[in-house]
Design a protein around this ligand. Structure first.
Ligand code: IPE
Ligand code: IPE
Ligand code: MG
Length: 239
């Protein structure tokens, strides 16, 4: 008999980790301290995701629009990415978490790019427990433009026929490693998507949490997963 407690459990969760800046200001800290605290929360949520048997956790670390932030903040975030990888790769490996970064990563410079390649190679484990996908320099619209270019050039090169293009073709052309998000959580109180996984959230349940990301904890996360179980997902059908 099916394990009823597992019915309606989200498999692929996305998170817009918003509120680091306001959390820092609230606590009279530098903005970079907010981002640093934010990284430590990721560690907790990853642990819980493994425990809850999720297939993937896809997190928004830096958007294509975040390049418009002050240079000092961008530099601090780049450094945090490198530091977080140094600190956490062995732990992730131990938990059988496979790391994957996606977005225009090449804009981040050699140091970050090399560190990301290292992290992805190190955690490229067979039979992984969880895929941790990190959006870095990612924008949903930008990704759709890239998809259009990719598919058009395949058609021009006669690798695929126009009539064969379907939803799967688009999923495959996307840089996003997961096809469908079941549950999308945004912390920080704002109710918007801010250019995150546009194509992949077509049927996602969306939860907006008022807490700032650095205040979000495992209990809050479990509450979201639990609330998801009570949602009737119809996918357009009558019942
Ligand atoms: C989200 O926190 C993290 C990034 C965008 C890198 P913010 O830095 O946007 O925090 P708020 O929204 O200003 O509080
Ligand atoms: C979304 O947060 C991006 C990340 C969490 C990385 P933003 O703070 O950039 O979004 P807006 O500007 O409030 O829409
Ligand atoms: Mg924000």
């Amino acid at each position: 008999m099916a394990n009823t407690s597992k019915i309606n459990t989200p498999k692929n969760v996305g998170i817009i980790m918003d509120g680091n800046g306001r959390w820092a200001i609230k606590n009279s800290l530098k903005i970079s301290e907010g981002h640093k605290k934010g990284v430590s929360i990721v560690k907790d949520i990853v642990e819980e995701s493994v425990k809850q048997d999720l297939s993937s956790l896809t997190i928004y670390a830096f958007s294509s629009e975040n390049w418009k932030r002050p240079k000092t903040e961008v530099t601090a975030i780049k450094k945090l990415v490198v530091d977080a990888i140094n600190d956490q790769v062995s732990d992730l490996k131990e938990q059988k978490v496979r790391l994957k970064f996606f977005g225009h990563i090449y804009d981040f410079g050699k140091k970050v790019i090399d560190k990301i390649s290292y992290a992805e190679e190190e955690t490229n484990i067979q039979n992984s427990k969880l895929d941790l996908n990190v959006a870095l320099g990612y924008g949903g619209k930008q990704d759709i433009v890239d998809m259009a270019k990719k598919i058009s050039s395949s058609v021009l090169a006669k690798q695929i026929k126009l009539k064969d293009i379907n939803e799967k073709t688009l999923h495959n052309a996307s840089s996003v490693p997961v096809d469908e998000i079941d549950l999308l959580i945004r912390t920080g109180g704002d109710r918007r998507i801010s250019n995150f996984l546009l194509y992949q959230i077509a049927y996602a349940e969306i939860m907006f949490i008022d807490k700032y990301w650095p205040d979000f904890n495992k209990t809050d996360f479990l509450k979201c997963l639990d609330n998801f179980k009570n949602i009737k997902r119809r996918f357009g059908k009558r019942k």
